[in-house]
Design a protein around this ligand. Structure first.
Ligand code: G1P
Length: 289
C-alpha cells in the first residue's frame, strides 16, 4: 500500500519580483485575496487534503509568515475583552491549523534548491509541495486530487492544466500519455520551453507529490531555465528510473503572484463571498466599462 501523504513543503523564499513594489519588504505569500493571505489558502488546502506537518521554506523579509501562523497574544486578548468571539476563534484557529516548521533558504537559487531544503524534513517518506502563488479554486482540494492519483499508482504526481498559445512558455510542460480520464503517465518534461518547442499544451501547476529520491536528483541538477536549479529538471532526471504521473486539475487555477492574475482572483473570490458578493456585484455593474 502507498504511504500516506502526511507532510507538505511550501517554498516561500522567492523575491516576488513580479509584484513590486508591494513585495519589496513584505512577502508575496502574505498578499491577501479579499482578506486572507495567499499562503493561508494553500495551507488550508493541504490540511483539508490530510496534511499534518508543514515545512515552510522562507528567506529574508519573510517573518510575517511565521507571525501569521503564531499566536497573536495582544490581538487575542483584545478580541476577548471586546467579546468578539467569532474573530477570536478565527484568529486562534490559524495558529492551530497544523504543525508548522520553518527553514531558511539562504540564497534564492531556484525552486529545486528550495525543495532540497526539505531533505531532513522528509528523508524517508513521500511529501507534497505546494506553491502558494497558484491558488486553485475547486470542489475537491487540488492537493487531494494529486494524493488520490498517488495512492492508486504509487508514484510521484504533478498537477497539470491545459494552457493555450504562447503562454505555455511560462510553465514547466509535460509530454504525456492519458492513462485514464484526466490522469497521464509522463514521458518527458521541460521547464519554460519556447512556444515552438513545447511538447504539449499541458502545463505543470504548483502542486506536486514527490518521493525522497528527488533529493539526490536535485543535488545532481545543474542550473537550468533562468539560471536556476529547477525542480522540473530534477524530476525529468528521475523519469528514466520510475513512473511519473500528472493529473489534470478539476477547478480554476489563479496565478495570484501575477498582478493581473491577482486582480482576477480577487474579483472572483469577492463575488463568491456571502458578506460582500452582492454589494460588490452591484458596484461592478454600476461601472461604465
Ligand atoms: C514554477 C515551476 C514551473 C511551473 C510553475 C507553476 O515556475 O518551475 O514548472 O509550471 O511554477 O506555477 P515559476 O512560476 O515559479 O517560475
Amino acid at each position: 500500500m502507498a504511504d500516506r501523504i502526511r507532510k507538505a513543503v511550501f517554498p516561500a523564499a522567492g523575491l516576488g519580483t513580479r509584484f513590486l513594489p508591494a513585495t519589496k519588504a513584505s512577502p508575496k505569500e502574505m498578499l491577501p485575496l479579499v482578506d486572507k493571505p495567499l499562503i493561508q489558502y494553500s495551507v488550508e488546502e493541504a490540511v483539508k487534503s490530510g496534511i499534518e506537518s508543514i515545512l515552510i521554506v522562507t528567506g529574508r523579509e519573510k517573518a510575517p509568515i511565521e507571525n501569521h501562523f503564531d499566536i497573536s497574544f495582544e490581538l487575542e486578548q483584545l478580541l476577548r475583552e471586546r467579546n468578539k468571539d467569532e474573530l477570536f476563534a478565527m484568529v486562534r484557529e490559524i495558529s492551530e491549523i497544523a504543525q508548522i516548521l520553518y527553514t531558511r533558504q539562504k540564497q534564492a537559487l531556484g525552486l529545486g534548491h528550495a525543495i532540497l531544503q526539505a531533505e531532513d524534513f522528509s528523508p524517508n517518506e513521500p511529501f507534497a509541495v505546494l506553491l502558494a502563488d497558484d491558488v486553485v479554486d475547486s470542489e475537491v482540494p487540488a492537493l487531494k486530487q494529486l494524493i488520490d492519483v498517488y495512492e492508486k499508482y504509487e508514484a510521484p504526481v504533478v498537477a497539470t492544466m491545459q494552457v493555450d498559445g504562447p503562454a505555455i512558455s511560462r510553465f514547466g510542460v509535460i509530454d504525456a500519455e492519458e492513462v485514464e480520464p484526466n490522469v497521464f503517465r509522463v514521458r518527458d518534461m521541460v521547464e519554460k520551453p519556447a512556444f515552438e518547442d513545447a511538447p504539449s499544451d499541458l502545463a505543470i501547476i504548483g502542486r506536486y507529490i514527490l518521493t525522497p529520491d528527488i533529493f539526490p536528483a536535485i543535488q545532481k541538477t545543474k542550473k537550468g531555465a533562468g539560471g536556476e536549479i529547477q525542480i522540473t529538471d530534477a524530476m525529468r532526471d528521475l523519469l528514466d528510473e520510475r513512473p511519473f504521473y500528472a493529473v489534470k486539475l478539476e477547478g480554476t487555477r489563479h496565478d495570484a503572484g501575477d498582478k493581473l492574475g491577482f486582480l482576477i482572483a480577487t474579483v472572483e473570490f469577492a463575488l463568491k463571498r456571502d458578506d460582500l458578493g452582492d454589494e460588490f456585484r452591484e458596484y461592478l455593474r454600476s461601472l461604465d466599462l
